[in-house]
Write a protein that binds this ligand. Sequence first.
Ligand code: ADP
Ligand code: MG
Length: 464
Amino acid sequence: MTRGDHGAVDHSEWDRIKTRLKKEFGDSAFKSWVKPITLDGMKNGEVELAVPTRFMRDWVVTHYADRIRALWASENPAVKRVSIKVATGAPAPQPQASPIQRASALSMPVPPTPQRAAVPFGSELSASLDPRYTFANFVVGKPNEFAYAAAKRVAEADEVSFNPLFLYGGVGLGKTHLMHAIAWEIRQRNPQRRVIYMSAEKFMYSFVRALRNQDTVSFKEQFRAVDVLMIDDVQFIAGKDATQEEFFHTFNALVDQGRQIVLSADKSPSNIEEIGDRLRSRLASGLVADLHPTTFELRLGILDAKADSLGTPVPPKVKEFLAHKITSNVRELEGALTRLCAHAQLVGGEVSLETAQDLLQDLLRAHDRKLTMEEIQRRVAEHFKIRLSDMSSARRARVVARPRQVAMYLAKQLTSRSLPEIGRAFGGRDHTTVMHAVRKVEELCRDDTAFAEDVELLTRMLEN
Ligand code: ADP
Ligand code: MG
């Protein structure tokens, strides 16, 4: 067989090279990047390879071209060059379509291809998005208006605005919902922007797998090629040193290139333990926006919206009842309403206060049981670094009296105990003492933001 002077192609050489590449780069990289490459021809010592999209072309050129060239040279000394072009579908006679250049020349002019838009970027990496989690379906109230506005801004901005946007808040307060909403909005506004949304666990898992396959280079590059990287629940990365380090580098590379990053966590950067100070300060270097625990009004608003979408009439009394009773988390609140409506539809009854109380017994009881006064006292004592026994002691010094009042206040807010019951749990105090404590804490929360933050943090910790 003659080689070199005309288009004769020896597929067995290419097959052997592919086998080598598979061994060297691992199965998943092979599948994503090598397998789609086709051997088009060979002319004058130049092997011509083709890939379906321009993005792939750039990728293969940067990551695999040198290796392919070297392997080919060892297979067949007549091969001097390897070029990688974008398959045009139809035979394209323009000179640009058959670039006779060194494969590593990234600047080679290639006509724009529509294929790239057809294959959503990172579709195999990015988690799928819940169609219900849009901005339109997000009910805005005092506790989340700031996070909502920040998310909206990032989604609508054509230029990187806050980087990173760090959303944090307790379980079920809408972090994932807002992140999906950002991703939807960006994809809709500009389908060309490459958005990856994934959980921190998935990020960790992919990284570990890449390590195992000795494929960390393409792992890194996948992330470094995105326009918007969104990672949910980054607290999972805490304590996992290697992943954390990798995340940090990816993060820096993207920020330096002016790409948008959006993160969520259940705590603020300063409260995530076991992350390095460098990462911590980087996380906090953009805009940190928190989702506060819901208020009664917001819960009611969410129930209104949800009831509308379920199409079963729900009396206002029932909504109020639920909004009062299920305070910790929107997911449970929605779950309760769905249950009531489903029941009404299935057995053909109406949603009423009685059926609510009846059907949700377990849920309501679980809520009451979940938090004991002892637990509240313990957490508050820890937080203010006083002894647990001081919760019931007679000491009146402010260092212990104030935390004790906070604990009483929280017992009132977070449990269904009566004032006398609470008083008894705090060393047999009178119910008027408890009442005074509640008022005092409310007053301090209004006047002293640092104090209000302490109380809010405790509330959130205890509710989760
Ligand atoms: P997180 O990620 O903070 O734990 P999610 O975003 O998963 O919470 O929210 C839990 C559920 O509550 C989701 O079904 C979400 O749609 C809903 N939800 C939370 N906040 C709101 C809100 N403000 N408006 C409408 N739905 C909400
Ligand atoms: Mg979430």
